[in-house]
Each structure stands twice: as structure tokens, then as C-alpha cells.
Design a protein around this ligand. Structure first.
Ligand SMILES: [Zn+2]
Length: 393
């Protein structure tokens, strides 16, 4: 056996009276406490490594029997917390070969990790430089690719009659966010596939708007040529170009590895302070929020990765009466924050309308008036009437 993988997901047992409510989502804090102890316990098993992100985790071991031992240890550990491994989400797989009818490889945090047998030129090497005979490939999981495309397709479908700029401004953050999340894995192939699917979907959108025009005319209206690329979805406004982000253009940058025993959300401010170079914005309050949000952006629900630009956002905008308390703050990707800020404009407008209504009401209440013959009548200066003393006629 060469690298077996056990992909667990914790699940709560039928509760006893002290347990968390049935069917409810287990509190992140509780699962963090339980899983942290479990991590330490697994580390005592020789050759086992555990990778955890929030309440999702993977255990790697090259020996299947040892892996089963890990599984038992974990089950026992979790039972102290009235938790158990959910059988439907717990899988023991091999990264290279099929095992018990399970496809090789596993999914973790939206990534698919598996290995392929290869010749000596492509083979990975072990620590001593010895050829392994296989290489490890990490890609976005097919579920994640499908979900992403569905979101694009739904957005276009919803905006049948909307102007082109609207489509671009709604799709750009979706495409940018997704590509950014997967930028560290080799998925140029996935990017081109998504690019061509998106193009086809936009083509249908455009053709349907102009059933009486020719393909060439429609192509010319919605697509433009930029830098040798003849199919850029967008428009030119004087000197400005408004164009759709392209999956294929997302540069694949190298991943900066986070120190092994640390996870980005664990709130260890000293650790993050040390890493200040790559996270200039990270303050203790940010670390606390990261922990609270389980390492995920509240807007796109994808995990923050090392190197992401992270903004602190006021859930209720300050201009709409929101305060600076920790409860009103959340962390968002920079590009998600931009999208949220746009949607805040309406919230602020409504808030201001409400405030000005209240102001008018208050002004009216403070006026010196009283009921005279069933009509609210302004009184002469000097004949003050307290609002509560006004008779309800
Ligand atoms: Zn986000």
C-alpha cells in the first residue's frame, strides 16, 4: 500500500440531554475542541498525518491496517463528545488504485487529490530523491467545477433582458473569486473548459436577444478583439473597455505554504503576526473573525487561502447605522467586498429614507399644537403643550 487516505467528516450521534440539538449544525467551537485533541492523538500513531481545515479532515497513511487503527481511535475520541464519523461521508481510499470499488483519490475542500502511474521522467521523488513511479495531481473537484458553471449559467439566465454591462459586473466577481481560489493548482485545462462553456452560454444569451439578426452581427455587437483575442465579451466606452474576466487568463501562481501545524483560521495572533509579510492586513481582531467564520468568506463561502486579500466589512454599513462592534464585522475577500459594497447602496438608501421619515415625525411631535375641533392646530407661541398631554379627541 502506498498512501491510503481516510476522508472523514464528523457527524453527531443521536443526542443525549447534554448534547447539541439533533440535526443542528454542531458549534464550530465544540468541533474545534474535539478535533484539536483528536489531532494530537493521531500524531502519536507512527506514520500518520492528519490534515484538517475547520471540521473537515483527511488522514494519510501508507498502510491500510494502520489507517483502520486511526479510524477506531477517532471514533472512540469523538464518542466522548457525542460525535461520530458519518458513514456516508467517511471514505477509505487509495490515492493510486481502486479500493473496495472506490475510485482512487479523494476530495478535500473542493480540491480533488489523486495520483497517477507515470514513467521515470514525470515521476515524483521521495525525500531521498528516489523515483516513486507516480505523480500527485491536485485539481478542482468535479463537484466544484459543476457548481461554478451552474452559478454562471443561472446568472446569465436570470439576466435575459439585462444590458451587457450588468452581466459582466455580476459574472466578474464570480469568475475572479473561483479562479483565485483554485489559482494554486494545475487547472489550466479546467479553466479552458469553463471558458468555452461560458462562451457558449453567452452566445445562446446573445442569439436569443436578436432572433432576426445574423450570427456575425450578434458576434460583432457583444464581442470585441483585444490583444489577438477575438472573442472578448465586452464593450468599449470611449477609451475604456468593460470586459468579462476570462478563466484562462488567471495566472497560476505558486502557493506559499502555511506552516504544517497551523491552519489559517485558528486565531493564533502571534503566528500570524510573524507572517505579517504576506498578510499585511492581519490584526488580532481579524484573526478572531477568521476563527469565527471557520476560515471562510461570508460572501462566496469559499475558504480564505494564504495570500488572499482579505477585507473587514461592516455587515450593516456604517452609513446605515451599523457600529464597529465585533458582531457587526465580517471578513470578505477583497473582490467579494467590492460586490457587497455595491449591494449596500440600497440598504443605505432605505435607511436614509426611514431616518428622514422619523425626523419629520419628530419635528411634527415637537411642534406646539393641539386638537382644535378635530383638527391638529398650531398654537400661538408661548402656549406650550407637552406631547403626552395632548388629548386624544
Ligand atoms: Zn469571497
Amino acid at each position: 500500500m502506498r498512501a491510503d487516505i481516510c476522508d472523514f467528516e464528523k457527524h453527531q450521534k443521536t443526542p443525549n440531554q447534554q448534547g447539541t440539538p439533533q440535526g443542528g449544525v454542531i458549534s464550530p467551537l465544540l468541533s474545534n475542541i474535539a478535533l484539536h485533541g483528536m489531532e494530537n492523538r493521531i500524531k502519536q500513531i507512527k506514520g500518520a498525518s492528519l490534515i484538517r481545515y475547520a471540521d473537515d479532515f483527511v488522514i494519510l497513511h501508507e498502510n491500510l491496517a494502520a489507517l483502520k487503527v486511526c479510524q477506531n481511535v477517532i471514533s472512540e475520541w469523538l464518542s466522548h463528545y457525542d460525535l461520530e464519523l458519518k458513514p456516508s461521508k467517511t471514505k477509505v481510499v487509495h490515492t493510486l488504485n481502486e479500493l473496495d470499488k472506490n475510485q482512487p483519490g479523494f476530495n478535500f475542500l473542493g480540491f480533488n487529490i489523486r495520483q497517477y502511474k507515470v514513467g521515470k521522467y514525470q515521476s515524483g521523488k521521495n525525500g531521498q530523491g528516489k523515483l516513486l513511479g507516480f505523480k500527485t495531481v491536485i485539481r478542482p473537484s468535479s463537484d466544484s467545477v459543476r457548481r461554478h458553471y451552474n452559478k454562471i449559467s443561472e446568472t446569465i439566465g436570470r439576466l435575459k433582458a439585462a444590458p451587457q454591462e450588468k452581466i459582466i459586473s455580476e459574472l466578474n466577481p464570480i469568475i475572479r473569486g473561483w479562479c483565485n481560489y483554485y489559482r494554486t493548482v494545475c487547472s489550466q485545462e479546467t479553466y479552458s473548459k469553463l471558458g468555452s462553456l461560458t462562451h457558449k452560454r453567452l452566445r445562446r444569451w446573445a442569439d436569443r436577444r436578436h432572433p432576426n439578426k445574423g450570427k456575425y452581427w450578434v458576434g460583432n455587437k457583444y464581442w470585441t478583439a483585444i490583444g489577438g483575442d477575438n472573442w472578448v465579451f465586452g464593450k468599449e466606452y470611449k477609451d475604456d473597455k468593460i470586459t468579462l474576466e476570462r478563466h484562462t487568463k488567471t495566472a497560476i501562481s505558486r502557493h506559499v505554504k502555511v506552516r504544517g501545524n497551523k491552519t489559517p483560521y485558528d486565531g493564533d495572533t502571534i503566528y500570524w503576526a510573524k507572517r505579517k509579510g504576506s498578510h499585511p492586513e492581519l490584526k488580532p481582531s481579524t484573526a478572531k473573525l477568521l476563527k469565527k467564520q471557520n476560515g471562510k468568506c461570508n460572501w462566496c463561502n469559499l475558504n480564505f487561502l494564504d495570500g488572499d486579500l482579505i477585507d473587514t466589512d461592516h455587515i450593516t454599513p456604517k452609513q446605515a447605522g451599523g457600529n464597529n462592534s465585533q458582531d457587526n464585522l465580517q471578513l470578505l475577500h477583497k473582490h467579494c467586498h467590492d460586490a457587497k459594497t455595491k449591494s449596500d447602496l440600497l440598504v443605505i438608501k432605505l435607511y436614509k429614507a426611514k431616518k428622514s421619515g422619523e425626523k419629520t415625525q419628530k419635528w411634527f411631535n415637537n411642534l406646539d399644537w393641539n386638537w382644535v375641533d378635530d383638527i391638529p392646530t398650531l398654537l400661538k407661541v408661548g402656549t406650550q403643550t407637552e406631547p403626552e398631554k395632548r388629548g386624544a379627541q
